[in-house]
Design a protein around this ligand. Sequence first.
Ligand SMILES: Nc1ncnc2c1ncn2[C@@H]1O[C@H](COP(=O)(O)OP(=O)(O)OP(=O)(O)O)[C@@H](O)[C@H]1O
Ligand SMILES: Cc1ncc(C[n+]2csc(CCOP(=O)(O)O)c2C)c(N)n1
Ligand SMILES: [Mg+2]
Length: 288
Amino acid sequence: MLGPGDDAALVSAPDGRVVVTTDLLLEGRHFRRDWSSAYDIGRKAAAQNLADVSAMGAEPTAIVVGLGLPAATGTAWVDGLADGFREECALVGASVVGGDIARSADGVVIGVTALGDLGGRAPVTRSGARPGDLVAIAGRLGHAAAGLALLLAGREGFPELVEAHRRPRPPYSCGPEAARLGATAMLDVSDGLLQDLGHIAEESGVSIDLDPAALPLPGPLTEAAGALAADPLEWVLTGGDDHALAATFPQDTPLPPHWLVVGRVGEGSEVTVGGRPAGPGGWDHFRE
Ligand SMILES: Nc1ncnc2c1ncn2[C@@H]1O[C@H](COP(=O)(O)OP(=O)(O)OP(=O)(O)O)[C@@H](O)[C@H]1O
Ligand SMILES: Cc1ncc(C[n+]2csc(CCOP(=O)(O)O)c2C)c(N)n1
Ligand SMILES: [Mg+2]
């Protein structure tokens, strides 16, 4: 309604309630400027937040961006970043409605806040999974982790995976779709499937068992794992940054094919793989 340029923006909230989420990205921690272009970093920072809105079952409407930039940052770099923000938002019909820039002593700091609208629906929380529910995923798993491993190892030849690290492709429309289909719980996979499903298990007071045979292991993932002597299933189970959506649905829910059933909700509190305890795995800022 009123975009950047005034003391604050004005955003319409047709639902009467507003979904709001924020995430911080730090150079060296979440991205490297020698691995990703400014444009990629803008796309990724927006995507990470827009995926959180989608994971509530909402449609993103707007983002605001806070930037800390080292003195030497050129205007071309900042323009690239802004293009990335704008184009990722355009994918979901949202816009950049404001922001702030300050000089940072060291490294690029990006704080994004995203707003969304539920269109009258109930939010899909992490606490509604019930024993007997299906566990399904939409979007990619393990690709960004594979890309990161390739970049770290200095290996070339898997552009799709390196690209997945640089630019996640969250299945935005699947969030509101899952809400309409009656999803009982949902989140986006930012830290790793096991760790993030652990949040649903904990919040819902249930266990989750994944069927390892149902987890997708596409060709490039197994080929890159072969090249790096890594385990592709490990990437799929513990890799973050892809922002797939993981949701639980009542067991008789007819799901469109882009929702892949990968497990079941049960009584208890553990996340298991093929019935075996798997440990949380995934990304932990205070461990790695
Ligand atoms: N420092 C904090 N103060 C208040 N609430 C917080 C803080 N950090 C996280 N939270 C809240 O805890 C919940 C889970 O946060 P978390 O960061 O794990 O989720 P996420 O944004 O989906 O994951 P990721 O940061 O990996 O994308 C959110 O509701 C978030 O607002
Ligand atoms: C340069 C570089 N090194 C490592 C990673 C991997 N990584 C960093 S944070 C994170 C989880 C989500 O973060 P948060 O929980 O803060 O949203 C992951 C998977 C990366 N993206 N870039
Ligand atoms: Mg999330």
